[in-house]
Design a binder for this molecule. Structure first.
Ligand code: SF4
Ligand code: SF4
Length: 433
């Protein structure tokens, strides 16, 4: 791929070169990185790894250390950007261009990245959803019909949340209760393009982003509402680099806050709730919004963890997919802080965070719930969290038995599920009790 025929490739190539010019290779970014000490590359030291990274960004040769850094970064915590004296953003504006350079040299991402590949039969949204619900239960579209009826709102769920279908069911029920004219498009086959951006396939990222813009535009909506903060940021920050967007867009929390008067609250929730901040929402400075939404739920009392907002601890993020062994401690740290608050619920606003924490719930004195679960309870709606039920232990035969009916209804054979399931068990389930 050349940068001339791909706006994203040209953008990240320039960002990478500018990064390499400004970076002093002081290594402070990797000295605070929570995953760097677990990497083989740490033996070289932070300064030497940053030297190799900047060499790659200016046309030098790839190295094992930079490959490892690119695919181990959790793409969320942003601690590196917070400490950089030059004001650089290494995780996005150095590691994405570096991933593109690795991809140009034919270096493929680690095997487990299939869990993130849009359209892949065994990617996390498609596979996890198939274990939890039957096609007859699905209330969303994976692709738009050829000539759909216009609607006011298209709700795009993103990919991570499609793997927790109870959140999609709740979201649909909440928008229905508000009397809105909407359709729901799920991620899994459709993708905002962020996943291939992170592994450096910028050609795929641009064409997937364009496909999603076109899919939403088919409904001629007044607004697209994004259930996933990462998709919203991609829509705002990445899509305009290569296309015109013929609809307004809004992140779900802000949308619900603006339309709170339409929500028919019936029940008091009466729970003490602590919020785990999504890194994407925190990085755009929008952390107060989910707090306002939770406090608007009748009966909810909000308490804060020791680290919150822009200082919130990471759920393990993208590293869970590639190197789950090193993220268990990261996933437990915010849960330990949530326990210290005395809350009865740790609320999440991101599908990836929900999937990171929910399997550990039985070991803590609180429930892990999406903010949609609390809103749904307040309007009198409840859907079972089958993700949590399946992945609370690393019992592969037990998960196979529990999910066999749904998997069969979705056309997955027991042999096929048995082959893929251990990867997901390794990614999500607790190692120690
Ligand atoms: S965003 Fe990535 S590189 Fe930056 S500190 Fe976090 S894990 Fe490390
Ligand atoms: S802290 Fe900033 S200047 Fe120092 S090595 Fe990292 S990116 Fe470069």
């Amino acid at each position: 791929m050349t940068t001339e025929n791909n706006a994203l490739a040209a953008f990240f190539d320039l960002q990478g070169r500018q990064f390499a010019e400004k970076c002093t290779k002081c290594g402070l970014c990797l000295d605070v990185c929570p995953v760097f000490p677990s990497m083989k590359a740490a033996r070289l030291g932070s300064r030497a790894v940053m030297e190799k990274l900047t060499q790659l960004l200016t046309g030098g040769e790839p190295s094992d250390e930079v490959y490892e850094l690119v695919y181990t970064c959790n793409r969320g915590c942003g601690l590196c950007a917070k400490v950089c004296p030059e004001g650089l953003v290494p995780d996005y504006l150095a590691l994405i261009p570096a991933a593109a350079k690795l991809s140009e040299r034919g270096l493929k991402p680690p095997r487990s990245v299939y869990q993130l590949v849009p359209g892949h039969r065994h990617n996390s949204p498609n596979f996890l959803s198939a274990l939890q619900i039957k096609p007859s239960e699905v209330r969303w579209m994976m692709k738009p019909p050829p000539d759909p009826k216009p609607v006011d709102i298209v709700l795009f769920t993103g990919c991570a949340l499609t793997g927790t279908p109870h959140v999609l069911m709740e979201s649909v029920a909440i928008l229905e209760s508000m009397g809105l004219d909407f359709v729901t498009l799920a991620g899994g086959d459709l993708c905002c393009g962020l996943a291939p951006t992170l592994w450096g396939d910028l050609q795929a990222a641009q064409s997937m982003g364009q496909e999603l813009v076109d899919a939403i535009a088919l409904f001629k909506p007044k607004k697209a509402v994004f259930l996933c903060g990462a998709c919203y940021i991609t829509c705002q920050g990445i899509w305009p680099l290569f296309t015109a967007i013929p609809f307004q867009s809004q992140e779900i929390v802000q949308f619900l806050l603006e339309n709170l008067g339409r929500m028919p609250f019936k029940n008091k929730v009466n729970k003490v709730v602590t919020l785990h901040d999504s890194c994407q929402v925190a990085r755009i400075g929008a952390s107060p919004l989910p707090r306002q939404l939770l406090q608007a739920i009748p009966g909810v009392t909000l308490v804060e963890m020791a680290h919150s907002g822009a200082d919130a601890l990471c759920c393990g993020g993208y590293t869970n997919t590639i190197l789950p062994d090193i993220t268990e401690a990261m996933r437990r740290a915010p849960m330990d802080e949530a326990r210290a608050t005395g809350a009865s619920v740790m609320a999440t606003i991101c599908g990836r965070c929900q999937q990171s924490f929910a399997p550990f719930e039985a070991q803590y004195p609180f429930e892990v719930q999406s903010f949609t679960t609390l809103l749904a309870e307040a309007i009198g709606v409840r859907y079972e969290d089958r993700f949590k039920k399946l992945f609370r232990t690393a019992d592969v035969p037990g998960i196979l038995a529990e999910s066999s009916e749904n998997a069969g209804a979705n056309g997955l054979t027991p042999e096929e599920v048995g082959k893929v399931l251990p990867d997901y068990v390794a990614r999500f389930c607790p190692r120690r009790s």
